[in-house]
Design a protein around this ligand. Sequence first.
Ligand SMILES: C[S@@+](CC[C@H](N)C(=O)[O-])C[C@H]1O[C@@H](n2cnc3c(N)ncnc32)[C@H](O)[C@@H]1O
Length: 928
Amino acid sequence: MNAVEVESALADLAESPYDQAQFPFQFLEAFGNKKASIDRLRKSSGSDVEGGVLLKGDVHVAICEPLTTITKLTELRESPATKKLKAKFLVATDGIRIDAEDLVSGEVISCDFKELPDRFGFFLPLAGITTMREIKESPIDVRATGRLNKLYMALLDINPEWGSPSRQGDMNHFMARLIFSFFAEDTNIFAGEAAFTRTIDMMSAPDGSNTHEVIEAIFKAMNVRHAIRPILDPRLPTWADAFPYVNGGLFSGSTEVPRFNRTAKSFLIRAGELDWKMINPDIFGSMIQAVANADERSNLGMHYTSVPNILKVLNPLFLDDLRAQLEAAGHNGLKLLNLRKRLARIRVFDPACGSANFLVIAYKQLREIEAVINQRRSEQHLPTVIPLTNFRGIEINSFSAEIARLSLIITEFQCDVLYRGQQDAITEFLPLQNENWIVCGNALRLDWLQICPPSGTASKIISNDLFDGAHEQSEIDFSNTGGETYICGNPPYIGDKKQNSSQRHEMMTLFSHRCSQWRSLDYVAGWFIKASDYCKSSGASSAFVSTNSICQGQQASLIWPLIFNAGGFITFAYPNFKWQNLAAKNAGVTVVIVGISNNPPKVRKIYREGQEGSIIIQDCANINAYLLPGESIEVVKSRTPISDVSPMTLGNVPYDGGNLLLSSSDVESLNLTSAQKTKFIKRFHGSAEFIRGIDRYCLWIMDSDLDEALSIPSIAARIDRTRRMRLSSTDEGTRAMGLRAHQMRETNICNDRVIVVPRVSSENRPFLPVGLADNNSVIGDKNYAIYDAPLWNMALIASKLHWVWVGTVCVRMRTDFSYGSTIGWNTFPVPTLTENNKEDLTRCAEDILLAREQHFPKSIADLYDPETMPENLRQAHERNDEVIERIYIGRRFKNDSERLEKLFDLYTKMTKAPKTVTPGTRAKRATT
Ligand SMILES: C[S@@+](CC[C@H](N)C(=O)[O-])C[C@H]1O[C@@H](n2cnc3c(N)ncnc32)[C@H](O)[C@@H]1O
């Protein structure tokens, strides 16, 4: 269930007549619990409290006599069943009041039964949704989204043609007008009798058959100045004449309204009944976007970027500096005046603005600073000097772009009310400016310098008109010349594989002349390079939220040299942190924030999240592509190890069409003698086999044994199928392998033992799942292998140091590590190891293996589950890390940042200095 559905279900529950006997079950239903579970509870309540029903691991809910909810809640809290069945929530109600407690957070609520939907945020964990403070404190945004969604869906049902691509613009436009009207009637922008919702309710038939005509008349009125209404629209009804002239493009163009029925009309009235003046344009705007997007609708109310996260971008980008200037100005009138002049000339530009949440927050923050200036100068009466039109955006989705502009208009009004008073705000609000400064278009195709020129006042916007559809977008100039420009936002992250052909084309246009491996870049890199170009030519600064992949592995070594070589620097950074919104699928996206500029400050700042939401700031002279303090160096693939370690190779590629690889039953069905089995069958380790201990086998035939193998019909048949499969390939190399169809592409095997490193491993495991296999094992290409090497190599791979190195320089697949020998192992900087060091490390590796053996037959996956990792194994790794880290710095590292700083420092030195390899330390690789 999503947040909107929970709110809606609780609203239905609060509005329907209270049925004591049914309430506990209705309450459980409201949170999407399965009917079968509820039916079971009807038979046996699971509760030891009178009137109680207890859903295991979930909620203990009880009904009670009037005025006894508090006592009942205590009874629920003290009930042994609550503890035994691990209830997380307690709810007691008498149908008039409701008392509830979240046993996990310790929060309690006590409210009227009818207020249940207002408190839906409290109950969201019952639907599996981790709540966010803003949502809890501002349910209006979720409610408004929910109600408009119902209306939207009902209207599409009645008017299916309005859902077609050709009418999408009309539908978007209609919704934007509705939202504006709801807001205007609750904020007295529509004065006195011009109550939008009430007028529709009164003037249209109960079955909604003429609702569209009533709304059309109101919209028409708002498109025409009062003075010329009798001439332009003589048939306008008098009740519509009460509505003010609004326009600003919002009510121009077609005023056609979709048809309504009784249900749609009631949804509209219910949406209008909300108190829209409380709406938060940044939250509501983000949520409402999903209404017009069929794929996103199931996540309604869940996509939402919190204000603290937006401020992580805006504060270091420019707000901190403005606040410092405000602080320094104190009550000095001239300094305050200068700061106000500075505010008037700041341009904020979000080239993937969605519903403009970054722009809204930026605008609000500037207004807050201006209000302090005005208050210190005793000039609270002055209108704002901060032009809304200095907050510019590009957005590809037309509905979001409409909402973006509306969000900014509403924000401006709310700030005027807050800082100047309702009267002034209303007087100056209408008519809306007939201009448009949110461009609906593709940011990677548009020229940012034209849309948001960094100097002068003139700007040329070439794009579709937001409100007038086909017409040219009106060009709107900046109010103040010069000033500063800040680019910000949260552009889309689409990995290199998921880009559609148009997106790939955009990336090619932007990058193909700059770097040959541009295909490996995430789509978000397009925004970084355009921001870099813009900053270079304008002196602007920029900061984006981005997938962390662009500061890792190959991507880091591709994009950042382009930006650094163009004179850009990383001015501040938030390395990896979880970017949360309420969307279930998006709960774990790891992002970074990176600020860039061609005029960087002397001190650059790295922000990290500390304990309990605190932020730790590290000052440094330079920030590199991996968001670490230190020289701007990129780790690039190396064909051989830069350190004196053993060579690692990819496992053997079968290319067998499933014929050389065998399950246990396949082996049995070959009908081999035990001597033949010993000769021709080996264990095969893919990564799942290795990590989860799954049995798999393969045919392993030396050239010298081929005749004997072919004399066994079951083996000959498999070789024949492999040959035919290879020979039918269009690839020349594969066809050539058809001539030796008894073998895999590689024929690598160890004489004694092999160190195995799976290519992909979950980030949740605290160590890389490295292990050993014997000489009866074949290592497949889902693993890397170090054949017949000294065991201290394994100690290095199993270390925390290697884990953080790989996590930084290797590519990731989602949050999993994707190990690469050329980028992860060959680049791993290891100080020169003495014989003593090697002995110590060998012992550490043996201890890890011994610790694992004590838990035989547990697999690596079982052993390295972070929740259940055995203590002796953990300790063996601790000792290993202790020994390794002492080799690096003579003590344990304090944290991963310190580990990475040391590794990068060493890498820089090792790749600059000529490499010396002590002869004879590498083991020879054995092949058949
Ligand atoms: C991750 S969202 C961020 C929006 C908003 N700042 C927020 O936090 O909700 C990215 C936005 O970029 C828009 N977008 C995607 N591709 C675009 C393009 N090529 N040009 C302009 N906008 C684009 C999407 O429609 C979406 O609104």
